[in-house]
Ligand binder design. Sequence first.
Ligand SMILES: NC(=O)c1ccc[n+]([C@@H]2O[C@H](COP(=O)([O-])OP(=O)(O)OC[C@H]3O[C@@H](n4cnc5c(N)ncnc54)[C@H](OP(=O)(O)O)[C@@H]3O)[C@@H](O)[C@H]2O)c1
Length: 309
Amino acid sequence: MRRVVVTGATGTIGRAVVAALHTRGDHVVALSRDAERARAVLGNVEVHAWRSPTRQSPPSAALDGAHAIIHLLGEPIGQRWTAAVKRELRDSRLRSTRLLTRAIHARATGSPPLTFVSQSATGFYGLHGDAWLTEQSPPGTDFLARLVVDWEHESLAAAAAPNVRVVVSRTGVVLSSHGGALEKMAPPFKFGVGGPIAGGRQYVPWVHIDDVVGALLHCLDTRAAAGPINVVSPNPATNAELSRALGHALHRPALLPVPGFVVRALYGEMSMTVIGGQRVSAAKLEGLGYVFVHPHLDTALRDVLSAAA
Ligand SMILES: NC(=O)c1ccc[n+]([C@@H]2O[C@H](COP(=O)([O-])OP(=O)(O)OC[C@H]3O[C@@H](n4cnc5c(N)ncnc54)[C@H](OP(=O)(O)O)[C@@H]3O)[C@@H](O)[C@H]2O)c1
């Protein structure tokens, strides 16, 4: 039985990852700032408190003997980016990853080989037009891109420790029935006032939650998986196509365009994550043998929305 540590285990992705690991028979060790709440949320898994991931080392009792760590914690991106929020967005990711990487370097000799799958985001690439983006494409220069570059740098430092394989999972916009992007996108459509945003021509690197979980576990299990790997569907859609598919899945019209300035007024600088486009390739993940469960937008959306109903 493998011992797999999961940070951010109570989040949208973390809960799904914990459930999948548990179902396939791995021993899951969840880390949370609030262990009691995590136990209530996650049920029958070993939970350890990591109360202050920006200031304290992760609990060594949790990491001892671990075969893998899936590192998912981070202050939510989908909120207005005040100066204080920006600080927390960076600190929660960079400092926690640095502390985790240090703990990985300090592991006792004789510890089992370790796979470190550390979350990243397609925000790495910044704003782009229609050009396909692969793991070799250069990073962007906006706030989010710089954050992700620094975050990946902290994660990849773990690879200098002996017997450690590191994957940074550059994840796109996750479609899930609990939390995530759809929680914000779906309500206007339900009221019949949804539509394409800022012209709708920008690409959205969407991915179904089952494929995020599938891809993370595939990276865990596949020795050839290393370095940055895009976790996105092989069929990115434009924002207009996503709006149409969402309207269709909800049996509502998707006709009311939302001008970019409205989104900017609502969300400030964070709006660039919606207004800007990225056409991200899943070729590396597929080349590693991963087969998508939900490669097509219409069926992916129908699946997620029926689970939420
Ligand atoms: N969902 C997406 O579309 C998407 C796409 C690309 C990348 N990502 C990244 O993937 C990771 C997980 O995403 P998610 O959607 O599952 O996130 P989430 O639902 O917001 O959960 C993240 C978890 O991190 C912990 N956390 C939240 N704020 C924190 C803070 N300020 N300091 C320390 N810990 C904090 C929380 O766990 P406790 O309260 O139990 O400690 C929370 O359950 C995040 O880093 C996110 O940016 C997500």
